[in-house]
Design a protein around this ligand. Structure first.
Ligand SMILES: [Mg+2]
Length: 256
């Protein structure tokens, strides 16, 4: 791929699926290293903090430095720092709160500046969604860590944060700011870290909308893999045209 000097690589569905590494994925990362390409990992995973993700990747046999991993909670923290406010209601699950606590952002009480909503799994109860709804009605802004429709869990396709974000938007009449993929600010964080412009980089992902559509909209190239949540009919329906389509990240060597 002429003029491409770096890659942003999605994690779930690209490096691994349902807790299993994709064959040849680490070899493709090694190849990028050998050929002096820059690369970073941009995941819309919002169930775990950056350090935990690095540990999980390591247990799957990947050799990836923690500082190469970019997730929506990190983008949200950067966004909050910019806004200068820090009273958050976190509608998230797992240990993702650590990314916020680490920076001094937490749940301080009843007055809330931001409702932050991610893929909160079983925490997306009526009570918790209703609390978030009331905070927004009282003036809090909504930040969506991602607004994906679904993801591929070990047991099958599963609801992501998107349907719940949309429910809150419907109820409040307000629009959430999306800080994960496909927002430009998120891609920019990782591009800046590589020191590259959008037109010098390609995104490798399994989500036609958030990975490929997002990348194309800011002037990056988009390489779709036929692993993870890839479904041929879903791709056709979106009308988004990837720059390249490959069977899996193992085929990256054929298009470099
Ligand atoms: Mg993915």
């Amino acid at each position: 791929m002429k003029d491409i000097r770096g890659f942003l690589i999605d994690l779930d569905g690209v490096l691994y699926v349902g807790g299993k590494a994709i064959k040849g994925a680490q070899e493709s990362i090694d190849l990028l290293k050998d050929r002096k390409y820059a690369f970073r990992f941009v995941s819309n995973t919002t169930r775990t903090c950056r350090n935990t993700i690095a540990g999980q990747l390591s247990s799957l046999g990947f050799d990836i430095p923690v500082e190469y991993i970019f997730t929506p909670p990190l983008a949200a923290v950067a966004w909050l720092k910019n806004a200068g406010k820090h009273r958050c209601y976190l509608l998230t699950t797992g240990d993702v709160y650590r990314d916020f606590e680490h920076e001094g952002f937490c749940n301080p009480g009843t007055i809330i500046d931001f409702v932050i909503i991610g893929d909160a799994g079983d925490r997306l109860t009526y009570d918790n969604l209703n609390t978030a709804f009331r905070h927004v009605m009282n003036g809090a802004e909504m930040i969506a860590l991602e607004k994906d429709r679904y993801w591929m869990a070990p047991g099958g396709l599963s609801l992501s944060a998107g349907p719940f974000v949309q429910a809150l938007e419907f109820a409040t009449g307000k629009t959430a700011t999306i800080v994960g993929k496909p927002s430009k600010t998120f891609f920019d964080l990782a591009l800046q870290d590589m020191g590259l412009r959008a037109d010098q980089a390609a995104m490798i992902g399994d989500d036609i909308l958030t990975d490929i559509g997002g990348a194309l909209s800011i002037g990056m190239q988009g390489i779709l893999v036929r692993t993870g949540k890839y479904r041929k009919d879903a791709v056709v329906n979106t009308g988004v045209k990837p720059s390249r389509v490959i069977d899996s990240i193992a085929q990256l060597r054929d298009i470099l």
